[in-house]
Design a binder for this molecule. Structure first.
Ligand SMILES: [Zn+2]
Length: 175
């Protein structure tokens, strides 16, 4: 790494020193992270944060973390150049909305899964009881009305989500 920086000083300055029109010294703090072949990276961070702030920031960070710091600075600077109002906060907010939306979808899918399992369990239990008590003539009509009521409640679950489902479950087992 030192060899590259030293070579950069001799042959061509790093992207930062080139833009700042200064001599690139062998110990240049920018040289390892802003090679001369990628001038746009330094141009963005210089425009947004300023060269002296970046220099100070890098010197305060242990050398092994400076590469990651430069990557995040470049990302933040590019986002700010693209979107002067929100910068990378715009991207974060958009992703947070996506996460919330997906969590809602997941909760609804899980609620639907529980509903189907319970409907299945109820149906199995009902068929078992029907098979046992086939002699009673009045039972088919009396059995059909709770089923209709349950279906009606199922519709409500589809519309208004998890809280309704919990209510539905408690009603379900009371039959
Ligand atoms: Zn330099």
């Amino acid at each position: 790494m030192k060899e590259v920086a030293a070579g950069g000083a001799g042959v061509s300055p790093c992207a930062a020193c080139k833009l700042l029109r200064r001599r690139c010294s062998p110990g240049c703090v920018f040289a390892p992270y802003f090679p001369s072949g990628e001038p746009h990276r330094f141009a963005s961070v210089h425009k947004v944060f300023g060269a002296s702030n970046i220099s100070k920031l890098l010197q305060e960070i242990p050398a092994e973390h400076r590469g990651d710091a430069v990557s995040s600075l470049v990302y933040e600077a590019n986002a700010r150049v693209r979107d002067p109002i929100y910068g990378c906060v715009g991207a974060i907010t958009s992703l947070q909305r996506q996460v919330e939306s997906l969590q809602t979808q997941l909760a609804l899918a899980q609620a639907e899964m529980v509903r189907l399992r319970m409907a299945n369990a109820y149906g199995t239990a009902r068929h078992g009881r029907n098979g046992g008590g086939s002699t009673a003539s009045g039972s088919p009509s009396s059995m059909s009305s709770p089923t209709k009521t349950a279906d009606h409640h199922d519709m409500a679950v589809d519309q208004s989500g998890v809280m309704e489902l919990e209510l539905e479950c408690s009603r379900f087992w009371s039959f």
